[in-house]
Design a protein around this ligand. Structure first.
Ligand SMILES: Cn1cc(C(=O)NCCN)ccc1=O
Length: 115
């Protein structure tokens, strides 16, 4: 049978999964470059190159202030962190490798939890 629009239960359990996923990302040993906003005064070129900065602390703030209307907008911000990283850093740099590891970890975990 066709699924009715999302019930409030669905979205509150999805929200709980988002909190859990974010906590796991923050605890990952490769999370260090992504925990707080990149200091664009200390990182030459970052402000010009990266049009939509994003980091885990900003995502947590948005999550706790009910900014995310649905799961997709949360996942889009997580992926923005990794897309920015790939754009700005060499693949084989320490930060580039950390971003690749975090993206693989995230994809594995959210598909386990939500699909
Ligand atoms: C994600 N990212 C982080 C940094 C950085 O310097 N983070 C502070 C680590 N303490 C620089 C470029 C970049 O793309």
């Amino acid at each position: 049978p066709a699924r009715k629009s999302k019930t409030s239960k669905d979205s509150s359990s999805e929200l709980a999964v988002c909190h859990m996923l974010l906590a796991e990302l923050e605890a990952h040993r490769c999370a260090w470059p992504f925990l707080t906003p990149v200091n664009h005064k200390a990182v030459p070129g970052y402000k010009k190159v990266i049009k939509r900065p994003m980091d885990f602390s900003t995502i947590k703030e948005k999550l706790t202030s009910n900014h995310y209307l649905n799961l997709e907008t949360f996942i889009a911000d997580i992926n923005l962190v990794f897309d920015n990283c790939k754009k700005f850093n060499e693949d084989q740099s320490e930060i580039g490798k950390a971003g690749y590891n975090m993206k693989r970890f995230f994809n594995k975990r959210w598909t386990e939890l939500l699909q």
